[in-house]
Design a protein around this ligand. Structure first.
Ligand SMILES: N[C@@H](CCC(=O)N[C@@H](CS)C(=O)NCC(=O)O)C(=O)O
Ligand SMILES: [Fe+2]
Length: 370
């Protein structure tokens, strides 16, 4: 089986989907925010359940959709431990493996483009991020880059793999899709047959312009692409000036709902409900929002139809972030709208801090597996 290779033309980035053919459990490497819809459609087309989003490094040229995929598809986020992506649920160290169905992918620490950069090995395929590129390699002139570390990663780590290993890079700027370790070992213009001194001189002479989006992309990628205005801080700033009727615990929301005082609206996607679990009898109305784009038309219409005059609406999402945005929208539509704290599953950071799980499903309230 071959990896599914996906391309983002604006940043010349390749993302990769791998899956287990029996269980359909899948992962995606280096997903790009503006390709979110395409990637969700790809998962649907192949009938896949996304278990993992995996970063090769904190990108400087585009923003990851990892955080969005966690919300929308129920994936867990994984990133190299030394990249400072503090929101990633799994912090990978050299040699760590991630399981998807019967398949496994293994992290190889390949610093040089950045100090934390990793490549990933799956069967006889290696996903090299911005370490080994086709007839090139990642630049080493910013973000903790090092030509010496790059030289070591290329010649000692990646070129030590079997020559038939297929190389899948994170970028190609000339339309090439993949290569092999053997071809790069003998023919790569920057490193093949070069000493460290020669390689370092080549890297120092590149003088590449700074990526256009670096100042915006790196901070966003350090929080899995959930920018501060769309991520966890949205809830704390929202609390001081909510723009909606208020926050309620899952228990109180359930009481109101069961007493007929409120309509319970689940704003997660169909996929999330199917994979994670649903609340029988709740109204399903997906809230679609990703950076720079809010798609409200269906939501508005559905909400108007679902909530009779005089009733409250209580909004449920996965971790209590999207439900805030949805509650604000419902308020704009004239409804008395409440956000259900911590959503269906709870906030993983809060779990870690408090040592307990907080979402709807952990309170003995009605729900069923999808
Ligand atoms: N021109 C691109 C940036 C290109 C770039 O710097 N790419 C990085 C990867 S993030 C690289 O390592 N390039 C290696 C090369 O071009 O040789 C932009 O403005 O976004
Ligand atoms: Fe990069």
């Amino acid at each position: 089986m071959q990896p599914i290779q996906l391309f983002d033309p604006a940043s010349s980035t390749y993302s990769y989907v791998l899956f287990d053919e029996t269980s359909r459990d899948a992962l995606i490497i280096d997903p790009v925010d503006v390709q979110l819809e395409r990637d969700l459609a790809t998962l649907r087309q192949y009938g896949l359940r996304l278990l993992w989003t995996i970063e090769t490094h904190a990108h400087a040229d585009h923003i990851t959709s990892a955080g969005q995929l966690a919300e929308l598809a129920g994936a867990q986020t994984a990133a190299p431990a030394a990249c400072g992506i503090s929101t990633a649920a799994v912090q990978l160290k050299d040699g760590d493996t991630l399981q998807f169905g019967e398949e496994q992918i293994r992290a190889l620490h390949t610093p040089g483009h950045t100090a934390g950069s990793m490549s990933y090995l799956w069967r006889d395929h290696v996903f090299t991020g911005d370490c080994l590129l086709i007839n090139g390699c990642g630049r080493t002139d910013f973000q903790s880059g090092s030509a010496e570390a790059m030289y070591h990663s290329l010649t000692q780590v990646l070129f030590a793999l079997p020559e038939a290993t297929t190389v899948w890079p994170a970028h190609d700027y000339q339309g090439r899709s993949h290569s092999t370790i053997g071809a790069e070992k003998t023919g790569n213009a920057r490193v093949a047959g070069k000493t460290l001194a020669e390689f370092s001189a080549i890297m120092a002479a590149l003088h590449l312009p700074k990526p256009k989006r670096i100042d915006e992309a790196v901070p966003a990628n350090l929080s899995s692409g959930l920018r501060h205005d769309a991520g966890g801080e949205a809830s704390s700033s929202a609390r001081s000036a909510p723009g909606y009727a208020g926050d309620v615990s899952p228990q109180l929301a359930c009481q109101w709902w069961q007493a007929g005082d409120a309509v319970l609206v689940d704003v997660r996607s169909d996929a999330e409900r199917e994979w994670v679990g649903f609340v029988p009898g709740a109204t399903a109305l997906a809230w679609k929002q990703w950076p720079g784009m809010v798609m409200n038309a269906d939501f508005d219409e559905g909400l108007r139809a679902a909530v009779p005059a005089g009733k409250k609406v209580v909004l449920l999402c996965r971790s209590g972030v999207r439900s805030i945005a949805a509650a604000k929208r419902a308020t704009e539509l004239g409804l008395e709208a409440y956000n259900i704290l911590e959503g269906f599953e709870g906030d993983p950071d809060a779990h870690a801090q408090r040592g307990r799980k907080g979402g709807w499903r952990y309170h003995g309230l009605p729900w069923r597996q999808g």
